[in-house]
Design a protein around this ligand. Structure first.
Ligand code: PEP
Length: 306
């Protein structure tokens, strides 16, 4: 059976590779993946390499460009920061939000992650929202609780449509850069949990009315409420006609079926195929192994054949 969603394979270079290394990297990646189709390949270099990558990828829709970070502010006196609009100007389309290194090393709280997610959507990026538990949290049996808390804060106030357009990366902190990847069973279990949670978030009603010609049209033509409104059980304020439970159910199934959940944490060419075969895993966020274009291409190819 074909995989239900288009897979995403993203290369997070972190603070590695310089601008002059972009061209040889892309030449190899494009050569190695020339037979590959149907995968969203995303390159996420450091800020200084974005202009070069942008120039080289302008006519190559096969590889999309992402950024590792951006400011929660739109503009102004924020020395050293880079705004979402500046990145859009360079044809950046994907953006990481809430990577564990930003959370742990740079003090990004759930609230900041939430604000950035809203900014990302307002600027029409496709955000890759990273969530995941530490080893201590997993050992204490709190992994799902941690994910639930991170997701509830991050996704509040999102329209249901933006929710469906957010890519969620499950990245257990204990697996990032450690060589200790989650097993397919562990990753699939957590992805399944997240998808069920998304279903729940987008199904709590009363959510929508069927509103022909309404400006705030949602996925199936229904008026949108934010996820926060949904969580609070708010109504549309419109007295009739309110959508039935059947319609809520249909919509929540649509959102949960559409949203892409990818795995990150020591993905390599050796383990990618096994992980990406899981129907619950829609792709990978790759750090260390993405620095070698051949290794990254192997992971892309594994996604295409898994
Ligand atoms: C990451 O930085 O998101 C990541 C998953 O890194 P690594 O593949 O090196 O574990």
């Amino acid at each position: 059976m074909p995989h239900p969603r288009k897979k995403v394979i993203a290369a997070n270079w972190k603070m590695n590779l310089t601008s002059s290394e972009v061209k040889p990297y892309l030449e190899t990646l494009l050569l190695e993946t020339q037979q590959v189709e149907g995968i969203d390949i995303v390159l996420i270099p450091s800020f200084t390499s974005i202009p070069k990558a942008s120039e080289l990828l302008e006519k190559t829709p096969k590889v999309r460009l992402g950024a590792q970070n951006f400011s929660a502010h739109d503009k102004g006196a924020f020395t050293g920061e880079v705004s979402a609009r500046m990145l859009r100007d360079l044809f950046v389309r994907y953006i990481l939000v809430g990577h564990s290194e930003r959370r742990q090393l740079f003090g990004e709280t759930d609230q900041i992650v939430h604000e950035k997610l809203l900014v990302a959507h307002r600027n029409e990026f496709r955000p890759i929202l990273c969530v995941g538990e530490t080893l201590e949290e997993r050992k204490a049996g709190k992994a799902k609780q941690v994910l639930e808390n991170q997701l509830k804060v991050a996704l509040a106030d999102l329209s249901v449509e933006d929710l469906a357009d957010t890519i969620i990366a499950y990245e257990p902190v204990w697996a990032i850069g450690t060589g200790c990847t989650a097993t397919t069973e562990q990753a699939s279990e957590m992805h399944h949990f997240i998808r069920e949670m998304i279903k729940d978030l987008s199904s709590k009603g009363p959510l929508s009315k069927l509103a022909a010609g309404d400006e705030r049209q949602g996925i199936d033509g229904a008026q949108q409420l934010s996820v926060q409104e949904v969580l609070n059980g708010a109504s549309t304020g419109v007295t009739q006609p309110i959508a039935s439970a059947v319609e809520f159910g249909k919509r929540s199934k649509e959102v949960a079926a559409k949203i892409r959940l990818i795995y990150g944490g020591s993905v390599t060419p050796a383990n990618a195929c096994e992980l990406l075969k899981s129907p619950d895993i829609d792709g990978a966020l790759v750090g260390g192994a993405s620095l070698d274009p051949r290794a990254f291409a192997e992971i892309v190819k594994a996604a295409a054949t898994a």
